[in-house]
Write a protein that binds this ligand. Structure first.
Ligand code: FMN
Length: 212
């Protein structure tokens, strides 16, 4: 879908994201999960917005945002620490106002505030970072995170959930914003398929040798 098509779409619901650094070693069904390869210190970072969202050319109310769903599969597989990006000013749960705000933030090259940014990410050598694609780019709040830290010696693996834009400009944006980072292989997940994406996510994690 091109930019103008997205601008024509309207309305949606806000992100009630809870920010936390947490460890999980069990998946949603309580089964034992996988683990990151020995020696890798992985931080999963994601931003996701529940509420009214794009779905097969129409709209759907999402109780849990697509990127959060996919992030759950990463967390289950790696049992890694998780930082959920929570905006100081929450995004609307309606689609149109979110599109409008995002256009404004892109035009202004804004850096929306994040609640409780970690003091340091020095303990991690690998950052898996996920977000939706908004207007063919990552939400500006991802750049707030990306520009805040020194990623020297770290590898970043981006993933996106999207309608039609795939990774959009995510890789170039992280290359520019994450100083010192090596950007590894990225994954784009079709938004309507997010709930079924566990095998795709796990295959990607194996391909980048994070999952044994
Ligand atoms: C403000 C806004 C802009 C969007 N722009 C695009 C876009 O340019 N290309 C695309 O493929 N999908 C676009 N989408 C669809 C989202 O990328 C997709 O629904 C994603 O899975 C939402 O993730 P979330 O539920 O984790 O927030 C847009 C959605 C929103 C809310």
């Amino acid at each position: 879908m091109d930019r103008s098509a997205f601008l024509r779409l309207s309305a949606a619901a806000a992100a009630s994201v809870t920010l936390a650094c947490a460890r999980s070693s069990r998946n949603a069904h309580g089964a034992a999960s996988g683990s990151a390869r020995a020696g890798r210190k992985v931080l999963l970072v994601f931003f996701s917005r529940a509420g009214e969202n794009y779905f097969h050319g129409g709209r759907k109310l999402l109780k849990v945002g697509n990127t959060e769903v996919a992030s759950g599969f990463v967390r289950d597989a790696l049992s890694c620490d998780v930082f959920e990006i929570q905006p100081v000013e929450p995004y609307s749960d309606r689609y149109d106002p979110t599109v409008e705000r995002n256009v404004r933030e892109q035009n202004e090259n804004a850096r929306p505030g994040i609640i409780d940014l970690p003091a340091s990410i020095a303990a991690y050598d690998t950052v898996v970072i996920g977000s939706p694609i908004w207007n063919v780019r990552v939400p500006r709040i991802m750049l707030t995170f990306a520009e805040h830290f020194d990623f020297s010696g770290k590898t970043i693996y981006p993933f996106t959930t999207h309608a039609m834009s795939g990774l959009g400009h995510a890789v170039e944006e992280y290359e520019a914003a994450c100083r010192g980072a090596t950007i590894g292989k990225a994954l784009a997940i079709q938004c309507e398929e997010a709930e079924k994406s566990r095998p795709e996510v796990e295959a990607w994690l194996r391909s980048i040798e994070l999952l044994a």
